[in-house]
Design a protein around this ligand. Structure first.
Ligand SMILES: [Zn+2]
Length: 89
């Protein structure tokens, strides 16, 4: 019989074709729906691209944070307010 398909879950040849693209095992709750195509690899690729972009963004943010800002401190401390001279009349 062409309908007896071995179940990959329980190993029994009790998988029957329920619908055009749906196979179901009678012994266990295994169900295979061939109507829904497997996820294309483009989704996985997009996931990796997003992860790499996220890592690069973190790296760039970390690089900007790690830059020595001693010059900025010097610039900030350089404008010393001149002491106000008491005007004598
Ligand atoms: Zn089964």
């Amino acid at each position: 019989m062409s309908d007896s398909i071995e179940c990959p879950k329980c190993g029994k040849k009790t998988v029957v074709q329920r619908q055009n693209d749906v196979y179901q095992c009678l012994s266990c709750d295994f169900k295979k729906d061939f109507s829904q195509p497997a996820k294309p690899k483009s989704d996985n690729k997009f996931l990796w691209v997003s992860i790499i972009t996220f890592i690069v963004a973190l790296f760039l943010l970390g690089a900007t944070d790690n830059t020595p800002n001693t010059t900025q401190f010097e610039h900030l401390s350089s404008p010393v307010p001149e002491p106000v001279q008491p005007t004598r009349n």
